[in-house]
Design a protein around this ligand. Structure first.
Ligand code: NAD
Length: 515
């Protein structure tokens, strides 16, 4: 294993950054200091040792950033979109050059295995490439007018300030989906990262600083406010924030949605999942096993798209159970910097306690723990053994998302419609998947009567998504769509324009009146 702590030390000095980070906000290249009273220690889930101390912003410094962002928006929106795209292309290159460094910070702070952290930074790079191309494709429609010598068209304008509230488990990718796509659309953004992963946000800003300076990007286009939920809450109530994009738990999303709706603002919500894979009697089990294990165990079960429920046809149930338990017995939690580790630590002690509570609750409800559970005694930090529990979909423990590596094994009999009913029988609707070699089953799964989720995969798992598609889920997952496809429309306002180039003044709907 590499000496990750000394590598991290080198990264801090390379970026001229102290472990005790005294700044609470950044408007691009200008950092503002906080007060020591707001200091908070950040502990790494990897070894339970502090990374350093950060300072949390107060409401006053949040509003100072908002006024910088307001004036930056006036300038940034006037820069032609392809020129904004060129800045974003260079930002993508800055992340390319610093990919490994940022990935190591993510692994230390969020506890992801290094390969996944590298994948997350790659997602930022890919979004920059996508956005650079998109900057020349923010197309509107032309529409046939019913009046002569009239032209109708739809055009898209930026919204203003996009507020970004992000979760700990994707500490930088979710920022890029919003800030980068938002920026080519002509918006400015204010990022409030998770208070559990502030260093990733700090280093992401350090990485883009040089590019912003080189391109004379106005101060206030990309902003960062390091704060806790009070800043997120202020943002959701602030009429100056045109769009609040919030990623996190459904409980948080409900609060944000109500605040934003009360002022008739726009919100974009990416909330909890409760994702399932269906294995039918026609599944290719060798393919399915890899997806199930990675989906349930990867990121220590802390992806919004993690596989929580496995819905298995009775004909193959016993075989699947035996094979999975065998694999799980071999999976040991380990340091995420160590090559070969698939199961890293949970984010903090609270997450460990929720993991334990959920297993206990499940057993009380009639669930049967087949393998796993419990904390590793050999490693410091929050390393748990991934668990499989035989359960029923109606159990409370199955219905509520636990952000931990617990896989619920659920049996179904009869036709595919029974499996789909179980799959849809939860409040959340993010990611879903089926393994089958039978094309009718596959088609039924993605038909309108099939999966009710935002993501429905055939012969691949629930976890992970390509940036080219629109990402998000239904029901209590919040209904938002981010990243690729036409998700950019969330960051713009649509304007319908009619132009009369004739000499008459015909009214719509054939109305006539004399004057
Ligand atoms: P969390 O809800 O605890 O916190 C997320 C963010 O919301 C943090 O920045 C936090 O400071 C902020 N926040 C908390 N209360 C707030 C309030 N009242 N007003 C405004 N902001 C507030 O979530 P977490 O533990 O960081 O992340 C895990 C959750 O995120 C899981 O439920 C997971 O499914 C979800 N998630 C969803 C997606 C998705 O795309 N659907 C992606 C990643 C994570």
């Amino acid at each position: 294993m590499s000496d990750y702590r000394s590598e991290i030390k080198n990264i801090f000095s390379k970026f001229n950054t102290q472990e005790e980070f005294e700044y609470t906000s950044c408007t691009g290249t200008n950092w503002a200091k906080g007060i020591p009273a707001s200091r908070r220690e950040i502990i790494s889930p990897v070894d339970n040792v502090p990374i350093g101390k950060i300072y949390l912003a107060d409401i006053k410094s949040y509003h100072q950033v908002v006024s910088k962002a307001e004036s930056a928006f006036k300038q940034w929106q006037l820069i032609p979109a392809p020129k904004r795209g060129e800045v974003i292309r260079q930002i993508g290159n800055a992340f390319r050059e610093n990919k490994e460094d940022l990935a190591k910070i993510i692994s230390l702070e969020a506890g992801k295995i290094l390969q996944e952290s590298l994948g997350e930074v790659q997602e930022v790079i890919d979004i920059c490439d996508f956005a650079a191309g998109l900057s020349r494709q923010l197309y509107g429609l032309t529409i046939q007018s019913e009046r002569s010598s009239h032209r109708m068209m739809e055009q898209w304008h930026p919204l203003g300030i996009v507020g970004i509230i992000s979760a700990f488990n994707f500490p930088v990718a979710v920022w890029s989906w919003n800030a980068i796509i938002g920026a080519v659309c002509g918006n400015v953004s204010i990022w409030k990262p998770s208070e559990k992963t502030p260093y990733t946000a700090i280093f992401a800003h350090k990485i883009i600083e040089k590019t912003l300076k080189l391109n004379n990007v106005p101060e206030g286009v990309f902003n960062l406010v390091i704060g806790d939920y009070t800043i997120g809450s202020e943002m959701s109530n602030d009429p100056k924030i045109a769009l609040v994009s919030a990623t996190g738990s459904t409980a948080m999303g409900k609060k944000v949605a109500q605040n934003v709706a009360a002022r008739l603002g726009k919100s974009l919500l990416e909330l909890s999942g409760n994702n399932a894979i269906i294995l039918t009697e026609h599944a290719n089990l060798d393919m399915a096993m890899r997806s199930v294990v990675f989906g349930a165990v990867g990121t220590c079960g802390q992806r919004c798209t993690s596989t929580r429920r496995l819905i298995v046809h009775e004909d193959i149930y016993d075989e699947v159970k035996t094979r999975l338990v065998e694999v799980y017995k071999r999976i040991k939690p380990n340091n995420p910097f160590l090559e070969g580790t698939i199961l890293g630590p949970l984010i903090d002690k609270e997450a460990v306690s929720m993991f334990n509570t959920n297993i206990l609750q499940s057993i009380q409800e009639g669930g049967r723990l087949l393998v796993g559970g419990g904390l590793s005694k050999e490693l410091p930090g929050n390393y748990v053994y991934a668990a499989i529990i035989e359960a029923h979909n109606s159990h409370e423990s199955v219905q509520n998302e636990t952000f931990a590596p617990i896989l619920y094994l659920l049996r179904y009999d009869g036709g595919i419609e029974n499996a789909i009913e179980i799959q849809n029988g939860v409040k959340q609707g993010l990611s879903s998947s089926i393994f089958t070699e039978n094309f009718k089953q596959a088609e039924l799964f993605i038909a309108s009567t099939g999966s009710d989720c935002g993501i429905a995969n055939v012969n691949l798992g629930t976890s992970g998504a390509e940036i080219g598609g629109a990402f998000g889920g239904e029901k209590e997952t919040g209904g938002g769509r981010e990243s690729g496809s036409d998700a950019w429309k969330n960051y713009m306002r649509r304007q319908t324009c009619t132009i009369n180039y004739g000499n008459e003044m015909p009214l719509a709907q054939g109305i006539t009146f004399e004057m």
